[in-house]
Design a protein around this ligand. Sequence first.
Ligand SMILES: Nc1ncnc2c1ncn2[C@@H]1O[C@H](COP(=O)(O)OP(=O)(O)OP(=O)(O)O)[C@@H](O)[C@H]1O
Length: 290
Amino acid sequence: MSEAAPAGDHREPPAAPADGPGPADAPTGRPGTTRAPAEGTGTAPTPILRAEQLTKTHHGEGAAVHAVRGVDLTVQPGEFVAVTGPSGAGKSTLLHLMGGLQRPDSGRLWLDGERVDQYREARWAVLRRRRVGIVFQFFNLVSNLTVADNVELPALLAGASPAAARASRAELLAELGLEGREKSVPGELSGGEQQRVALARALVNHPALLLADEPAGSLDSKGTREVLRLLTRFHQRGQTILMVTHDARMASAADRVISFFDGRIADDAMLGSAARGGRHGVSGVLELKE
Ligand SMILES: Nc1ncnc2c1ncn2[C@@H]1O[C@H](COP(=O)(O)OP(=O)(O)OP(=O)(O)O)[C@@H](O)[C@H]1O
């Protein structure tokens, strides 16, 4: 992650022209902002995430790797979406595109109704502070800051007063069972505890979207259960989550599971009570399989 995560509900200022949305879009709403296309009637909620034909090719040492190939994806407020698939399928690349950690080569991306695919790093940094929280497999905490400072930092960067940042931090750490660990540094904590700190940091600014890349990938079964329990709890309170995972148990906590294969969505299915409407919308490889 390029900086310590998120914050707040308020939106950033209008885009500077050089950093704004694509010229082909008819802007609506605030200057410099292109709203996502309407979903059916005017009463449909604004998707938290909407991708159209998102594409990303990596150019490393060897041949070009087409990691994400024309992905269409919509995530509605309150959904808990798991992205699964074999190693190298492009799951992390997809998540990185959603969090602005990498830029798409083509396609369009809206976050909470705002066109963001052409934003540069400075604007993404603001989005990640305020509206997108990210947790990673290896926590990515600032090793020489205390637990308290790791969690308070994104709140302060987002403009919270020191007192408000302290209050939010205290509330979250208590909720995550980390009371009394405020003065520890990350190296003094277990992996599970570090991931809980990372979760607190990602949520301290109440992001519209929580992105999680293998959040239990480096944890033992106890740590995995704990992360699962916490993600489920935050989801039940309405947190929208997009999580990449190899772990079937983690995926089963989601209410929607996307199978990613060879850079495309191979299957997109609702689980449990969310499954009343059947599959969410299937594209690409699965259609070929069926
Ligand atoms: N920065 C990069 N440069 C070159 N190739 C890359 C880069 N990042 C990813 N790739 C390649 O893109 C493909 C997709 O990688 P990605 O990490 O998105 O897959 P994944 O499904 O998340 O895999 P895993 O489950 O193993 O983490 C892989 O072939 C990978 O080697």
